[in-house]
Design a protein around this ligand. Sequence first.
Ligand code: SF4
Length: 305
Amino acid sequence: MVAKEYKCELSWSASRAKEFERCKRDYWYSRYGFWGWWKERPRGEKFDMMVHKNLGSLPAFTGDVVHRAIERWFQFRQAGSTMSASELMEEAVNLFRSGWRQSSTDAWKEQPNKLTHLFEHHYGHEISKERTERARKLIEVATRYFCESPQLQVVRDTAPDSWLSVESLDTYQYLGTKVYAVPDFAYGENEKVHIWDWKTGKPREDDIFQLHTYALYACEKWQTDPEDITLYAAYLGEEQVQAIPVQIDKLSEAQDRMSTSLREMMDVHYDPDVDDLMMDHWPTSGAPEGCRFCRYKGICDGAAG
Ligand code: SF4
């Protein structure tokens, strides 16, 4: 059987845009540096970059287990069953324990591109009891809020046949480029579309931008009129929901920002299998704060501090 040939294509998402803005070198490691690690014999630099690309921080990992547990909640619901707050919490805690085991032992090495490998374990940063307790508390609050809060009643009551999307990774074409969209949950009702995003951090301005990129996705995917879309940022750990009815001018602003970001990425995009590497395109940020928490700090020649 002939092995499938992958091509390093440009694609855009709100999180990739953030990476690109934060530090070009970080973006290069994540999008190009590791490219072809699966063909590298013997394993070397590319493999090492892939290992670093897969590092995640404790807060991001905690958020991920909450998302995966909620996805299970939807699977149960679709099957006609349900999960209580304590069952949802148990699901999330089990996912957390399993990921923690992979990361804190050498188990992650069996599939370094898939299994959990925490930044803190990799760099030998001590994880205090307070931090693990904070993670446990976040899981508890978020799962209870999801299952019991009046603000999320509408989500829990929505009939599965009106669901449009549950954590499904999808793409659409914009300016000839693949754009990723992963709305956590979307449903349609009376010609209106409601798009929800679960957040386990504190509210940030960028969350609203990301949600607007999902609104652009909804216009493309379900041919929804922008005015018929409502976005919801559900801050599960903060126990609050921000509802944002889409306005044309805000959506246009988001689209402009997306176009600018995409064009900047296009200008420097290259195919590592074919094109020469122009390292000048990928400067290091040199920002001490950014470097301190950057997963590539152990291999980056521009890491500050
Ligand atoms: S260590 Fe610093 S300079 Fe290097 S990729 Fe990370 S943020 Fe950029």
